[in-house]
Design a protein around this ligand. Sequence first.
Ligand SMILES: NC(=O)C1=CN([C@@H]2O[C@H](COP(=O)(O)OP(=O)(O)OC[C@H]3O[C@@H](n4cnc5c(N)ncnc54)[C@H](OP(=O)(O)O)[C@@H]3O)[C@@H](O)[C@H]2O)C=CC1
Ligand SMILES: O=C(CO)COP(=O)(O)O
Length: 313
Amino acid sequence: MTAVSVIGAGAFGTALAVALAAKSPVTLWGRDVAWPRENPRLPGVALPDALRLTDRLQDALAQTVLLALPAQVLGGFLADHAAALDGRNLISCAKGIDLQTLQGPSALIHAACPAATVGVLTGPSFAADIARGLPTALTLACADAATGEALQARLSTGALRLYRTTDVTGAELGGALKNVIAIAAGAAIGAGYGDSARASVITRGFAEMTRLATALGARPETLTGLSGLGDLVLTCTSEGSRNFRFGLALGAGRDFTPGTTVEGAATARAVAALAPKLGVELPISRLVAGLAEGRIAMEHALDILLNRPLKEE
Ligand SMILES: NC(=O)C1=CN([C@@H]2O[C@H](COP(=O)(O)OP(=O)(O)OC[C@H]3O[C@@H](n4cnc5c(N)ncnc54)[C@H](OP(=O)(O)O)[C@@H]3O)[C@@H](O)[C@H]2O)C=CC1
Ligand SMILES: O=C(CO)COP(=O)(O)O
Protein backbone atom coordinates (compact mmCIF):
# COMPACT_ATOMS: atom_id res chain seq x y z
CA MET A 1 0.00 0.00 0.00
CA THR A 2 1.32 3.44 -0.91
CA ALA A 3 1.39 6.26 1.69
CA VAL A 4 -0.85 8.45 -0.46
CA SER A 5 -3.70 7.52 -2.76
CA VAL A 6 -5.93 9.55 -5.03
CA ILE A 7 -9.61 8.75 -5.51
CA GLY A 8 -11.04 9.98 -8.79
CA ALA A 9 -9.16 9.49 -12.04
CA GLY A 10 -10.40 12.59 -13.80
CA ALA A 11 -8.07 15.30 -15.05
CA PHE A 12 -7.25 16.66 -11.60
CA GLY A 13 -6.88 13.39 -9.71
CA THR A 14 -4.61 12.03 -12.43
CA ALA A 15 -2.52 15.21 -12.51
CA LEU A 16 -2.05 15.15 -8.73
CA ALA A 17 -1.13 11.48 -8.80
CA VAL A 18 1.44 12.10 -11.58
CA ALA A 19 2.96 15.01 -9.63
CA LEU A 20 3.11 13.15 -6.32
CA ALA A 21 4.54 10.03 -7.95
CA ALA A 22 7.70 12.06 -8.64
CA LYS A 23 8.29 11.90 -4.89
CA SER A 24 7.01 8.49 -3.81
CA PRO A 25 4.68 5.77 -5.16
CA VAL A 26 1.01 6.73 -5.43
CA THR A 27 -2.15 4.72 -6.06
CA LEU A 28 -4.84 6.25 -8.30
CA TRP A 29 -8.37 4.86 -8.14
CA GLY A 30 -10.94 5.36 -10.90
CA ARG A 31 -14.12 3.47 -11.67
CA ASP A 32 -12.84 2.84 -15.20
CA VAL A 33 -9.10 3.02 -15.66
CA ALA A 34 -8.81 0.61 -18.59
CA TRP A 35 -7.35 3.28 -20.84
CA PRO A 36 -5.28 2.02 -23.75
CA ARG A 37 -2.35 4.34 -22.98
CA GLU A 38 -3.10 7.64 -21.29
CA ASN A 39 -6.11 9.14 -19.48
CA PRO A 40 -8.33 10.65 -22.19
CA ARG A 41 -9.30 13.34 -19.66
CA LEU A 42 -5.64 14.37 -19.48
CA PRO A 43 -4.28 13.81 -22.99
CA GLY A 44 -0.57 13.91 -23.68
CA VAL A 45 0.46 13.00 -20.13
CA ALA A 46 2.51 9.83 -19.69
CA LEU A 47 1.79 7.93 -16.49
CA PRO A 48 4.98 7.25 -14.49
CA ASP A 49 5.87 3.77 -13.24
CA ALA A 50 5.49 4.97 -9.63
CA LEU A 51 1.77 5.55 -10.27
CA ARG A 52 -0.33 2.44 -9.65
CA LEU A 53 -3.74 2.43 -11.28
CA THR A 54 -6.65 0.48 -9.84
CA ASP A 55 -10.42 0.18 -10.05
CA ARG A 56 -10.54 -1.74 -6.74
CA LEU A 57 -11.19 0.71 -3.93
CA GLN A 58 -9.73 -1.57 -1.25
CA ASP A 59 -6.38 -1.32 -3.08
CA ALA A 60 -6.46 2.49 -2.86
CA LEU A 61 -7.04 3.09 0.82
CA ALA A 62 -3.82 4.72 2.02
CA GLN A 63 -3.59 6.63 5.31
CA THR A 64 -3.75 9.86 3.29
CA VAL A 65 -6.44 9.89 0.59
CA LEU A 66 -6.97 12.76 -1.83
CA LEU A 67 -10.62 12.88 -2.92
CA ALA A 68 -10.55 14.35 -6.43
CA LEU A 69 -14.17 13.78 -7.41
CA PRO A 70 -16.55 16.50 -8.61
CA ALA A 71 -18.43 18.14 -5.71
CA GLN A 72 -21.84 16.92 -6.87
CA VAL A 73 -20.81 13.24 -6.83
CA LEU A 74 -18.75 13.34 -3.61
CA GLY A 75 -21.73 12.93 -1.25
CA GLY A 76 -22.94 9.78 -2.99
CA PHE A 77 -19.44 8.33 -3.10
CA LEU A 78 -18.96 8.97 0.63
CA ALA A 79 -22.33 7.42 1.43
CA ASP A 80 -21.31 4.26 -0.45
CA HIS A 81 -17.80 3.98 1.00
CA ALA A 82 -17.84 5.77 4.40
CA ALA A 83 -16.82 2.75 6.45
CA ALA A 84 -13.77 2.04 4.30
CA LEU A 85 -12.67 5.70 4.30
CA ASP A 86 -13.27 6.62 7.94
CA GLY A 87 -10.28 7.15 10.25
CA ARG A 88 -7.92 8.30 7.47
CA ASN A 89 -6.61 11.69 6.40
CA LEU A 90 -9.23 12.62 3.79
CA ILE A 91 -8.25 15.62 1.66
CA SER A 92 -10.94 17.11 -0.54
CA CYS A 93 -9.80 18.50 -3.88
CA ALA A 94 -13.32 19.37 -5.09
CA LYS A 95 -14.29 22.97 -5.81
CA GLY A 96 -18.01 23.22 -5.28
CA ILE A 97 -20.94 23.29 -2.86
CA ASP A 98 -23.22 20.26 -2.73
CA LEU A 99 -26.61 21.22 -4.13
CA GLN A 100 -28.53 18.67 -2.05
CA THR A 101 -27.19 19.66 1.35
CA LEU A 102 -25.84 23.18 0.60
CA GLN A 103 -22.62 22.09 2.32
CA GLY A 104 -19.02 22.13 1.19
CA PRO A 105 -16.96 18.95 0.70
CA SER A 106 -15.31 19.13 4.14
CA ALA A 107 -18.69 19.08 5.92
CA LEU A 108 -19.83 16.16 3.75
CA ILE A 109 -16.69 14.25 4.71
CA HIS A 110 -17.08 15.10 8.41
CA ALA A 111 -20.68 13.90 8.38
CA ALA A 112 -19.91 10.62 6.56
CA CYS A 113 -16.57 9.85 8.23
CA PRO A 114 -16.54 11.36 11.74
CA ALA A 115 -13.25 9.71 12.73
CA ALA A 116 -11.38 11.04 9.69
CA THR A 117 -9.01 14.01 9.71
CA VAL A 118 -10.36 16.35 7.05
CA GLY A 119 -8.28 18.58 4.82
CA VAL A 120 -8.77 20.65 1.69
CA LEU A 121 -6.30 21.07 -1.18
CA THR A 122 -7.19 23.99 -3.39
CA GLY A 123 -5.79 26.99 -5.26
CA PRO A 124 -4.91 28.13 -8.77
CA SER A 125 -3.86 25.06 -10.74
CA PHE A 126 -4.88 23.62 -14.06
CA ALA A 127 -4.53 19.85 -14.13
CA ALA A 128 -2.45 20.04 -17.31
CA ASP A 129 0.03 22.43 -15.64
CA ILE A 130 0.45 20.24 -12.56
CA ALA A 131 0.85 17.10 -14.66
CA ARG A 132 3.55 18.77 -16.77
CA GLY A 133 5.46 19.69 -13.61
CA LEU A 134 5.01 23.44 -14.07
CA PRO A 135 5.51 25.50 -10.88
CA THR A 136 2.26 25.73 -8.91
CA ALA A 137 1.34 27.06 -5.45
CA LEU A 138 -1.68 25.67 -3.62
CA THR A 139 -3.34 25.95 -0.21
CA LEU A 140 -3.55 22.96 2.12
CA ALA A 141 -6.19 23.58 4.80
CA CYS A 142 -6.55 21.47 7.93
CA ALA A 143 -8.17 22.58 11.20
CA ASP A 144 -5.53 20.69 13.18
CA ALA A 145 -2.34 22.73 12.73
CA ALA A 146 0.09 19.88 13.43
CA THR A 147 -1.60 17.50 11.00
CA GLY A 148 -1.77 20.30 8.44
CA GLU A 149 1.98 20.80 8.74
CA ALA A 150 2.64 17.08 8.29
CA LEU A 151 0.34 16.94 5.25
CA GLN A 152 1.96 20.05 3.80
CA ALA A 153 5.35 18.33 3.92
CA ARG A 154 4.00 15.04 2.58
CA LEU A 155 2.16 16.57 -0.39
CA SER A 156 4.62 19.31 -1.46
CA THR A 157 7.00 18.46 -4.30
CA GLY A 158 9.77 20.35 -6.08
CA ALA A 159 7.25 22.04 -8.39
CA LEU A 160 4.13 21.92 -6.20
CA ARG A 161 4.49 24.37 -3.31
CA LEU A 162 1.83 24.08 -0.61
CA TYR A 163 0.99 26.86 1.80
CA ARG A 164 -1.00 25.84 4.87
CA THR A 165 -3.92 27.31 6.77
CA THR A 166 -6.27 26.14 9.50
CA ASP A 167 -9.20 27.94 7.83
CA VAL A 168 -10.84 24.99 6.07
CA THR A 169 -14.10 26.88 5.43
CA GLY A 170 -12.36 29.84 3.82
CA ALA A 171 -10.09 27.72 1.65
CA GLU A 172 -12.83 25.49 0.31
CA LEU A 173 -15.30 28.33 -0.26
CA GLY A 174 -12.69 30.36 -2.17
CA GLY A 175 -12.24 27.45 -4.58
CA ALA A 176 -15.96 26.81 -4.92
CA LEU A 177 -17.14 30.40 -5.33
CA LYS A 178 -14.52 31.48 -7.85
CA ASN A 179 -16.04 28.98 -10.29
CA VAL A 180 -19.35 30.87 -10.17
CA ILE A 181 -17.66 34.20 -10.83
CA ALA A 182 -15.60 32.65 -13.65
CA ILE A 183 -18.83 31.76 -15.44
CA ALA A 184 -19.94 35.40 -15.12
CA ALA A 185 -16.57 36.65 -16.39
CA GLY A 186 -16.75 34.28 -19.35
CA ALA A 187 -20.30 35.39 -20.10
CA ALA A 188 -19.21 39.05 -20.09
CA ILE A 189 -16.44 38.31 -22.59
CA GLY A 190 -18.63 35.96 -24.66
CA ALA A 191 -21.31 38.63 -24.94
CA GLY A 192 -18.74 41.16 -26.12
CA TYR A 193 -18.90 43.45 -23.07
CA GLY A 194 -15.11 43.76 -22.97
CA ASP A 195 -12.21 43.57 -20.56
CA SER A 196 -13.36 46.51 -18.40
CA ALA A 197 -16.63 44.70 -17.72
CA ARG A 198 -14.69 41.55 -16.87
CA ALA A 199 -12.56 43.48 -14.36
CA SER A 200 -15.78 44.71 -12.70
CA VAL A 201 -17.13 41.17 -12.54
CA ILE A 202 -13.90 39.92 -10.95
CA THR A 203 -13.84 42.72 -8.36
CA ARG A 204 -17.51 42.74 -7.45
CA GLY A 205 -17.49 38.93 -7.62
CA PHE A 206 -14.64 38.86 -5.13
CA ALA A 207 -16.72 41.07 -2.82
CA GLU A 208 -19.55 38.51 -3.09
CA MET A 209 -17.19 35.62 -2.38
CA THR A 210 -15.90 37.39 0.72
CA ARG A 211 -19.40 38.30 1.96
CA LEU A 212 -20.70 34.76 1.65
CA ALA A 213 -17.58 33.03 2.95
CA THR A 214 -17.30 35.24 6.04
CA ALA A 215 -21.02 34.78 6.74
CA LEU A 216 -20.25 31.05 6.81
CA GLY A 217 -17.34 31.51 9.23
CA ALA A 218 -14.34 32.00 6.92
CA ARG A 219 -11.52 34.38 7.80
CA PRO A 220 -11.51 37.28 5.31
CA GLU A 221 -7.73 37.07 4.77
CA THR A 222 -8.08 33.50 3.52
CA LEU A 223 -10.13 34.84 0.62
CA THR A 224 -7.25 37.11 -0.42
CA GLY A 225 -4.94 34.09 -0.66
CA LEU A 226 -4.27 31.46 -3.30
CA SER A 227 -7.52 29.62 -2.72
CA GLY A 228 -9.67 32.73 -3.23
CA LEU A 229 -8.23 35.66 -5.13
CA GLY A 230 -5.45 33.56 -6.66
CA ASP A 231 -7.81 31.03 -8.19
CA LEU A 232 -10.32 33.73 -9.12
CA VAL A 233 -7.69 35.52 -11.20
CA LEU A 234 -6.63 32.32 -12.96
CA THR A 235 -10.11 31.11 -13.74
CA CYS A 236 -11.55 34.45 -14.88
CA THR A 237 -8.70 35.16 -17.27
CA SER A 238 -7.87 31.85 -18.93
CA GLU A 239 -9.66 29.78 -21.52
CA GLY A 240 -7.97 26.84 -19.82
CA SER A 241 -10.88 27.05 -17.36
CA ARG A 242 -13.99 25.03 -18.14
CA ASN A 243 -16.11 27.38 -16.02
CA PHE A 244 -14.83 30.38 -17.98
CA ARG A 245 -15.41 28.56 -21.30
CA PHE A 246 -18.94 27.61 -20.20
CA GLY A 247 -19.55 31.31 -19.49
CA LEU A 248 -18.09 32.26 -22.88
CA ALA A 249 -20.56 29.90 -24.56
CA LEU A 250 -23.48 31.26 -22.52
CA GLY A 251 -22.53 34.83 -23.38
CA ALA A 252 -22.12 34.09 -27.07
CA GLY A 253 -25.28 31.97 -27.26
CA ARG A 254 -23.27 28.90 -28.30
CA ASP A 255 -23.74 25.29 -27.19
CA PHE A 256 -21.25 23.84 -24.70
CA THR A 257 -19.73 20.34 -24.78
CA PRO A 258 -22.08 18.12 -22.75
CA GLY A 259 -20.54 16.06 -19.97
CA THR A 260 -17.86 18.63 -19.17
CA THR A 261 -17.31 19.19 -15.44
CA VAL A 262 -18.48 22.78 -14.77
CA GLU A 263 -18.63 23.03 -10.99
CA GLY A 264 -19.77 26.68 -10.99
CA ALA A 265 -23.18 25.90 -12.52
CA ALA A 266 -24.49 23.75 -9.65
CA THR A 267 -22.57 25.79 -7.09
CA ALA A 268 -24.27 28.99 -8.29
CA ARG A 269 -27.61 27.34 -7.61
CA ALA A 270 -26.44 26.28 -4.16
CA VAL A 271 -25.21 29.79 -3.47
CA ALA A 272 -28.52 31.29 -4.62
CA ALA A 273 -30.30 29.00 -2.15
CA LEU A 274 -27.91 29.89 0.68
CA ALA A 275 -27.91 33.67 0.18
CA PRO A 276 -31.40 34.45 1.57
CA LYS A 277 -30.86 32.11 4.53
CA LEU A 278 -27.72 34.07 5.45
CA GLY A 279 -29.09 37.50 4.55
CA VAL A 280 -26.25 38.28 2.11
CA GLU A 281 -26.70 39.98 -1.23
CA LEU A 282 -25.04 38.14 -4.13
CA PRO A 283 -26.31 39.64 -7.39
CA ILE A 284 -23.68 38.15 -9.73
CA SER A 285 -23.95 34.66 -8.28
CA ARG A 286 -27.76 34.76 -8.40
CA LEU A 287 -27.58 35.87 -12.01
CA VAL A 288 -25.25 32.99 -12.87
CA ALA A 289 -27.71 30.60 -11.19
CA GLY A 290 -30.53 32.03 -13.33
CA LEU A 291 -28.46 31.75 -16.51
CA ALA A 292 -27.35 28.19 -15.70
CA GLU A 293 -30.95 27.13 -15.01
CA GLY A 294 -32.21 28.89 -18.15
CA ARG A 295 -34.54 31.10 -16.05
CA ILE A 296 -32.75 34.24 -17.21
CA ALA A 297 -31.87 34.96 -20.83
CA MET A 298 -28.43 36.40 -21.56
CA GLU A 299 -29.93 39.48 -23.24
CA HIS A 300 -31.54 40.46 -19.91
CA ALA A 301 -28.48 39.76 -17.74
CA LEU A 302 -26.79 43.11 -18.12
CA ASP A 303 -29.96 45.08 -17.37
CA ILE A 304 -30.52 43.05 -14.22
CA LEU A 305 -27.08 44.01 -12.91
CA LEU A 306 -26.98 47.62 -14.10
CA ASN A 307 -30.52 48.60 -13.07
CA ARG A 308 -29.96 47.90 -9.38
CA PRO A 309 -29.95 50.97 -7.08
CA LEU A 310 -26.63 52.85 -6.96
CA LYS A 311 -24.67 52.17 -3.78
CA GLU A 312 -21.42 52.75 -1.92
CA GLU A 313 -18.53 50.52 -2.85
N1 LIG B 1 -9.25 19.95 -13.89
C1 LIG B 1 -8.63 20.90 -13.18
O1 LIG B 1 -7.78 21.64 -13.72
C2 LIG B 1 -8.93 21.09 -11.74
C3 LIG B 1 -10.02 20.47 -11.13
N2 LIG B 1 -10.28 20.69 -9.81
C4 LIG B 1 -11.44 20.11 -9.17
O2 LIG B 1 -11.32 18.70 -9.14
C5 LIG B 1 -12.61 18.10 -9.13
C6 LIG B 1 -12.62 17.02 -10.19
O3 LIG B 1 -12.47 17.67 -11.43
P1 LIG B 1 -11.76 17.01 -12.70
O4 LIG B 1 -10.83 15.93 -12.31
O5 LIG B 1 -11.22 18.13 -13.48
O6 LIG B 1 -13.02 16.39 -13.44
P2 LIG B 1 -13.08 15.47 -14.72
O7 LIG B 1 -14.29 15.86 -15.47
O8 LIG B 1 -11.79 15.49 -15.45
O9 LIG B 1 -13.27 14.01 -14.12
C7 LIG B 1 -14.32 13.69 -13.27
C8 LIG B 1 -14.00 12.33 -12.69
O10 LIG B 1 -14.99 11.98 -11.75
C9 LIG B 1 -15.36 10.64 -11.98
N3 LIG B 1 -16.71 10.39 -11.52
C10 LIG B 1 -17.83 11.03 -11.88
N4 LIG B 1 -18.88 10.52 -11.21
C11 LIG B 1 -18.39 9.54 -10.40
C12 LIG B 1 -18.96 8.66 -9.46
N5 LIG B 1 -20.26 8.68 -9.19
N6 LIG B 1 -18.15 7.78 -8.83
C13 LIG B 1 -16.85 7.75 -9.09
N7 LIG B 1 -16.23 8.56 -9.97
C14 LIG B 1 -17.01 9.45 -10.61
C15 LIG B 1 -15.25 10.49 -13.48
O11 LIG B 1 -15.17 9.13 -13.80
P3 LIG B 1 -15.48 8.60 -15.29
O12 LIG B 1 -14.30 9.05 -16.11
O13 LIG B 1 -15.59 7.14 -15.10
O14 LIG B 1 -16.76 9.28 -15.71
C16 LIG B 1 -13.95 11.23 -13.74
O15 LIG B 1 -12.85 10.40 -13.50
C17 LIG B 1 -13.60 19.24 -9.38
O16 LIG B 1 -14.20 19.63 -8.18
C18 LIG B 1 -12.73 20.37 -9.93
O17 LIG B 1 -13.25 21.66 -9.62
C19 LIG B 1 -9.46 21.45 -9.05
C20 LIG B 1 -8.36 22.06 -9.60
C21 LIG B 1 -8.02 21.92 -10.99
O1 LIG C 1 -9.99 25.06 -10.56
C1 LIG C 1 -9.36 25.16 -11.59
C2 LIG C 1 -8.10 25.92 -11.68
O2 LIG C 1 -7.63 26.27 -10.42
C3 LIG C 1 -9.87 24.54 -12.82
O3 LIG C 1 -10.88 25.34 -13.29
P1 LIG C 1 -12.06 24.74 -14.19
O4 LIG C 1 -12.76 23.70 -13.39
O5 LIG C 1 -12.88 25.93 -14.51
O6 LIG C 1 -11.42 24.16 -15.42
